[in-house]
Structure formats: C-alpha cells, structure tokens
Design a protein around this ligand. Structure first.
Ligand SMILES: [Zn+2]
Length: 316
C-alpha cells in the first residue's frame, strides 16, 4: 500500500472512531426543532360543533377565558404557557368526554374560551388594549411548554391559595411536580379572598345526612363537631361530624365552599359557620399568586419554575 493510501485509510478509520470518542449523540451539533403555535393543529369541540384550528389562533381566547386581562403581562405569559402545556397534554391524552377531539371549550372539562365577539362584549372599550395583551402573552412565549420526564405536564392551576398551594397527593394522585409551595397573595390582592357560609343546625344536618345517611345527630348542636385535621398546606384534610371524619374536599363540594382552606365552628348565634380562604382546588399555579410575583418583578419563567418545581420550560 502506498503511503498516501495508508494515510487515507487511517483518516477514514479515525473519522469512524470519532463518534466513539465523542459519543454518538452530540446535542449541540444537532439542529433544535422549535415548534411554533401556528404549526400545531388541534380539534376543538364547542357544543355540537367541531372546529380545526391552530394553537396560535386558539390560545388567546383560552387566555382571555382563564385569566383577568388586568393582570400583569408576566402572569399572563405564565398562564399562556400553562394553558398551552395543558392543551398539548390533552392532545396526547384524549378525555372520554370527547374521545375524538383534542379539547373542548367547557372550563369544567378542558379550558374556557372566549371568541372575539365574547371578548368585545366582555371588555367593551378596553377590547383593543386587552386583546393586544393576550396576543403578546401568547406570541412572546410562542411554542413554549413545560415538560417533565420528556412529556408535557398536567399544568393544572387555580384562582387563589391560602398561603400555600396544595400537593396533588393530598387531593388526587401523587405527582412529582405538583407539590405544596408558598403562594404570596393576600386579601389585599384578591377580591372575596375570605368568604363565609352560614347554616342553621337544621340546614347543616340535612346537607351532611344527604351524603352520610347514617350520621347520628343527637344532643346539642354545639357537640356535633369534633376536630378538624389539616394537611401540610393548611387546608382541611378532614372534619369530624358526629364522630365521622369527612374529607375536607368533600365538605367543600357538599357546602359549595370556594376552597378546602376553611375553619368550621358553631357560633354564639346558634349557627354553623365556615370561614373560607382562597378559591379553587389549590393544586399547581395560583393565578393571583402569579400576579403578585409578577408585580414583585418575577418573570414568567420564575413563576412557572416556582409553581411547577422540577419541570423544564422547552419549545421543541
Ligand atoms: Zn373537554
């Protein structure tokens, strides 16, 4: 073999071995695929109507339906990412409620949605200003979503918390990124932050016995209540009524309480009184908490990292 041929053979062999030395995968050398909202097509059910649209067209209406337009832009951007993430999650996990469509516009099933006409009715003279804000929050975070273990997360959120958010494990299932974290909102930040529900003993008994027919109500109403157990977030884990521990989340449903962060007492007026703080299930991002953080200078990335710990913000 001629020297030139030997050199060529060595060069070829060396180039073949390079991936072994440097590793087969070199992420910095591969092009990053950024998917923008206008490249993502989804189907949306609205009543009996099914529409095919893009995330770019749909997300501003979701944002308008889910968060007050007066909120800080960084809170709106955090909400845009959370809503986009939720939709991406649903696109790969269709719900039984509409197995053939990605999402719907029922806030109790998927996400609320306001059409342009809805927004004009809702915002009146502020339409141009607020609509521009929604478009900015979506386009400034174009394609960005939260990921854990390689998949879009379940980016659940709620209106306001009582000092801390609720860990998913205390309400639904254990989830590594839906933990209890601090949330800064107070009565100064949130309308109707503290609310009360008052019932006569007869009303209180009737509601409890509807769900628990075997509860033995007897004697003085003042003696019906036992201890309430709190979870790590300060919400009620269970309230004991006539010796039976009823989950706080169920008490919330039974008495239409705005949250399970409540204090239940029998008062001097001879009534049962719930004093309730915050609004919503309490898991994931608090919207009013996000707004307070935004007012204090947090960017949307900081807000999302706080409320969904351990997740990564990506756009590929
Ligand atoms: Zn739905």
């Amino acid at each position: 073999m001629k020297p030139v041929a030997v050199l060529s053979a060595v060069a070829v062999l060396f180039s073949l071995l390079l991936p072994v030395f440097w590793g087969q995968e070199r992420p910095e050398a591969s092009p990053v695929t950024v998917r923008s909202d206008d490249q993502i097509t989804l189907t949306v059910r609205s009543g009996d109507t099914i529409e095919t649209t893009t995330l770019a067209e749909h997300l501003p209406g979701v944002l308008a339906g889910e968060m007050p337009a007066l909120f800080e832009i960084e809170a709106l951007k955090a909400q845009a990412v959370a809503a986009r993430t939720f939709i991406l999650y649903r696109m790969s996990h269709h719900t039984d409620a509409h197995p053939d469509e990605d999402i719907c516009d029922d806030p109790n099933c998927c996400k609320a949605f306001l059409s342009i006409d809805d927004m004009k009715t809702h915002w009146g003279d502020h339409f141009d200003e607020y609509y521009a804000k929604m478009l900015s929050a979506v386009s400034d975070t174009d394609g960005e979503y939260l990921r854990y273990g390689g998949n879009p997360i379940q980016a659940v959120f709620h209106s306001s918390s009582a000092g801390k958010t609720l860990a998913s494990a205390d309400l639904w299932n254990d989830c590594p990124y839906l933990l209890s974290v601090d949330s800064p909102e107070t009565a100064a930040d949130v309308p109707d932050y503290v609310t009360q529900v008052v019932l006569t003993p007869e009303e209180f008994q009737a509601v409890c016995q509807e769900a628990y027919p075997d509860l033995a109500f007897s004697g003085e109403p003042a003696n019906w209540l036992g201890e309430s157990v709190l979870n790590d977030s300060g919400r009620v884990e269970s309230s004991t009524v006539c010796g039976t521990a009823i989950p706080g989340s169920q008490m919330r449903t039974l008495f239409s309480l705005r949250s399970s962060a409540y204090r239940l007492e029998y008062t001097d007026t001879g009534n049962f009184q719930f004093t309730v703080t915050g609004y919503g299930h309490g898991v994931g991002m608090s919207q009013y908490g996000a707004n307070v953080y935004a007012k204090n200078g947090y960017g949307y990335e900081d807000i999302l990292a706080h409320y969904y710990p351990g997740t990564e913000l990506v756009s590929e």
